[in-house]
Design a protein around this ligand. Structure first.
Ligand code: ZN
Length: 148
């Protein structure tokens, strides 16, 4: 589905509709981060996605820089992924994000932030079989991967 078609469907159905949640869930399953970022930029709103231990996907919309990692009701830890967007901004770990990662040290395996410059990912060396980081953090330090 083209991005224009997706944004039009979301506009018609509403951001919190089941149809929209289903659409974004499908893009998450397909790891179509590019489209998720474009949707977020189109509406000028952050999108936060959580994939729980049972592969259930929770989608949340927020205003810019207001999205935090909040475990949804009924979700099961450890979470496989927390992804959120920084529409019209860079991909980086904001102070709020760093705090979320800090409190999620035992319940989250991977985090991704999408910005206009690309994709930034971090993995939890506490929960995944990875080499511990050199700094004190359990989160791997990675570079932004530019959009292709
Ligand atoms: Zn953020």
């Amino acid at each position: 589905m083209q991005i224009q078609e997706i944004t039009e469907l979301i506009r018609i159905n509403g951001q919190d509709s089941e149809k929209t949640t289903q659409l974004i869930s499908e893009l998450t399953t397909q790891k179509d981060w590019d489209k998720i970022y474009q949707i977020s930029e189109f509406f000028g709103q952050e999108i936060s996605i959580l994939v729980d231990a049972q592969e259930r996907i929770f989608v949340d919309w927020g205003s810019i820089s207001r999205v935090e990692l909040t475990p949804p009701l009924g979700s099961v830890v450890p979470f496989k992924l927390w992804l959120h967007t920084h529409p019209r901004n860079q991909a980086f770990w904001s102070e709020t994000d760093q705090y979320s990662l800090f409190i999620a040290e035992r319940i989250l395996e991977q985090a991704i932030v999408l910005g206009m410059d690309g994709i930034l990912s971090t993995s939890n060396t506490n929960l995944l079989e990875l080499k511990p980081s050199i700094d004190q953090s359990c989160w791997t330090l990675e570079q932004v991967t530019a959009w292709s």
